[in-house]
Write a protein that binds this ligand. Structure first.
Ligand SMILES: NC(=O)c1ccc[n+]([C@@H]2O[C@H](COP(=O)([O-])OP(=O)(O)OC[C@H]3O[C@@H](n4cnc5c(N)ncnc54)[C@H](OP(=O)(O)O)[C@@H]3O)[C@@H](O)[C@H]2O)c1
Length: 338
């Protein structure tokens, strides 16, 4: 009998999710029914949005319930198929949680084919996957970038931020990153081609950011919130746009509903920039466009990426905690199987 290892939410965290917020379970896989496929998961993606999902609070998505499989996307290979849609050996992405094996209806919209012509199986969880698409649509559609403008993005070495900054360069903008520590900043400038990258943990961060943006800021791609947003706010030019992608600095707050969010910080300004929260799913019908374009830029050497690979599904909680506080350097993945 084939078995599935999965990680479920055992208790809601207060602050950083401790080990006992998660439970590893090993369960028998159900027998495959007509129209279903069995997926062997090779890679699991760990993403910041999973942390708010562990809270019992109103959000754009329903909170996880105690006992639910932790939410998450993975990529893998079809082992068995009772559907015409997939054959054994096909590569797929599935947004069906932290699991080693998945039995799913082939028609489930949470399961998508993966075309390795656009990037590796792991890259489909990062640079050409959901985070890459988030950068692609958030910047183009909400940031409305124009050549010659200055863009600032934080979490600049991460999955979304690294793509935002490199896309800004492709589109002819000045790209200024913000990241935690000199190594990540060096990577953003020397390897990714950002014009500057400022360490938000360094002394005089706000002064250094102002010096790196002599013409002010036209697009601030919001990933982190908090102190970084406050430093950016005073530098925003009239007409600036702020796509609000997320605000990770608040995600481990004991009460996220009481947090001072980027909305609070921006609304206090005399000249309030154009800003809105967006979700990558708003452009779901255009996902292929983004995946193809991002894959093309990689082939042309215009888009580089880095992955932080953790080993073993049972270690996912530790890598997840690390990602929330910047221990990852690039897209955080867990290698579940070869
Ligand atoms: N709206 C959407 O549809 C959507 C989709 C995907 C992602 N997102 C959002 O995009 C943002 C980035 O996600 P990602 O997947 O690309 O993650 P990531 O950048 O690969 O990893 C998270 C990074 O956040 C940074 N960070 C953590 N705490 C911070 C703090 N207090 N201040 C500043 N930076 C901090 C860390 O980098 P440093 O070491 O540089 O601090 C860490 O490496 C998140 O806010 C996420 O929720 C939104």
């Amino acid at each position: 009998m084939a078995m599935n290892t999965r990680i479920v939410l055992a208790r809601r965290p207060e602050g950083e999710p401790a080990d006992d917020c998660f439970r590893v379970e090993t369960v028998e896989l159900p027998e495959l029914q007509d129209g279903q496929i069995l997926i062997k998961v090779c890679w699991l993606s760990l993403d910041p949005y999973m942390r708010p999902r562990m809270n019992d609070m109103k959000s754009y998505a329903k909170p996880l319930q105690i006992g639910d499989v932790m939410t998450g996307e993975s990529t893998g290979v079809v082992l068995e198929s009772k559907s015409d849609k997939y054959r054994p050996g096909d590569h797929v992405a599935a947004h069906l949680g932290w699991q080693s094996h998945i039995v799913a209806d082939a028609d489930n919209p949470a399961v998508m084919p993966v075309d390795l012509a656009n990037g590796t199986l792991s890259a489909h969880l990062g640079v050409v996957g959901m985070p890459g698409r988030t950068a692609y649509f958030g910047l183009r559609e909400v940031g409305k970038p124009k050549a010659g403008e200055t863009l600032v993005v934080a979490a600049a070495s991460g999955a979304v931020g690294s793509v935002v900054g490199q896309m800004a360069k492709i589109l002819g903008l000045r790209a200024v990153g913000v990241a935690g520590g000199p190594e990540k900043c060096r990577y953003a400038t020397e390897e990714l081609g950002f014009d500057a990258c400022i360490d938000y943990k360094s002394d005089d961060f706000a002064k250094k950011l102002a010096a790196a943006c002599p013409d002010g800021i036209d697009v601030y791609f919001e990933n982190v919130g908090g102190a970084v947003t406050k430093a950016v706010a005073g530098l925003l030019n009239p007409g600036a746009r702020v796509p609000i992608c997320g605000y990770i600095s608040n995600y481990n707050d004991a009460d996220l509903e009481q947090a001072e969010t980027p909305f609070h910080i921006l609304k206090r300004l005399d000249s309030v920039p154009e800003h809105r929260f967006f979700l990558v799913t708003e452009w779901q019908e255009r996902w292929c466009e983004a995946t193809r374009q991002l894959g093309q830029w990689i082939k042309e050497g215009k888009l580089k990426y880095r992955e932080s690979v953790g080993e073993g599904l049972e270690n996912a909680p530790e890598y997840f905690r690390g990602m929330l506080k910047g221990r990852n350097f690039g897209k955080q993945l867990v290698k579940v199987a070869d």
